[in-house]
Write a protein that binds this ligand. Structure first.
Ligand code: BG6
Length: 296
């Protein structure tokens, strides 16, 4: 279902059985809502989010491409999150058939202006699918379509903002013993010592070479988010805490308590594509009652 939102931007709504639904804005190819079978929102979007180009929407799942953060000369997190994508009505076959009927294919190609700041032609196809069990699946396929015979490299993240009960009550599992770059300490490299990540202050880290599965355990909500990823070796964990929250104009002062970003990413080793080559990066999110989650 394609609708015009009250803010004037176009979005697509996917629905499944029960109250499961997903909303995707063409602006940014940006998922802004993922609801469970009871209609409860699972993603965080700031009450102060600005739904107006060129500002990226604060919350949901911004797509960081072709650059994560300031790893390069482009604007922070690249330009994909603030371009208007199109609906791809005739997508080429996707490698893995999906069981869902609720999906949408979006596409981004660089404009003349984009080619001035990043001189590489590409086709970015994004499939957003809502599984029958309520899982949210994002598949990105990026192809080098340049005719000049040149390769290009990029960094990438699905910058997912999860909605949580309270930042002090959650733990992130699956990243223990791994090395990370600490964005708060000039990207110095450390090794995670804890048996899970808990939050007591601002945290902004890039975990390297992570397993394909990460869990966010919300004790108060008795809910666990399971993040599964493919083609994306790294994982960013971010919470701005109070000071940075105040400094962000599109984020409420106390909202840091209700969100955490766990981002499937490829940062340390950029992805390189030769002409004609294609890369696939997958994200699969599920929300399960904590009692069902065994950690396996
Ligand atoms: C995170 C980065 O991924 O995104 C943080 O690690 C950054 O350093 C955050 O502050 C938000 O970025 P932006 O550009 O959306 O404000």
């Amino acid at each position: 279902e394609r609708v015009k939102a009250a803010n004037g931007l176009e979005k697509v709504i996917l629905r499944e059985v029960r109250k499961n639904s997903v909303e995707v804005y063409l602006y940014g190819g940006h998922v802004t809502s993922w609801k469970d079978e009871h209609g409860e929102e699972l993603l965080f979007v700031s009450n102060k989010a600005i739904f107006k180009p060129p500002k990226a929407i604060r919350g949901g799942i911004p797509i960081c491409f072709p650059q994560f953060s300031n790893f390069g000369h482009l604007e922070a997190h690249g330009f994909a999150r603030n371009r208007i994508w199109t609906v791809d009505t005739d997508p080429p076959p996707f490698p893995v058939p999906i069981s869902s009927r609720a999906y949408i294919d979006l596409m981004l190609k660089p404009t003349e202006e984009d080619l001035k700041i990043w001189p590489h032609s590409f086709e970015y196809r994004l499939r957003v699918a809502l599984g029958p069990g309520g899982d949210l699946m994002l598949t990105s396929r990026i192809r080098n379509t340049s005719a000049d015979g040149k390769s290009f490299s990029f960094t990438f993240a699905y910058h997912t903002y999860f909605s949580i009960s309270d930042i002090s009550e959650i733990r992130v599992e699956g990243l223990e013993t791994l090395d990370y770059l600490d964005n708060l300490q000039d990207r110095a490299r450390f090794t995670e010592q804890g048996d899970a990540i808990v939050f007591e202050s601002e945290l902004d880290r890039i975990y390297l070479g992570t397993p394909s599965k990460i869990a966010i355990i919300d004790h108060e909500k008795k809910r666990t988010f399971v993040v599964r990823k493919g083609g994306l070796p790294d994982a960013v964990v971010w919470n701005p805490w109070d000071k940075k929250a105040k400094a962000m104009s599109d984020f409420g002062d106390d909202e840091y308590k209700r969100m955490v970003c766990v981002e499937a990413a490829a940062i340390e080793k950029p992805i390189t594509l030769k002409p004609g080559e294609e890369w696939t990066g997958k994200l699969e999110l599920s929300a399960v009652p904590s009692s069902y989650y065994s950690g396996q």
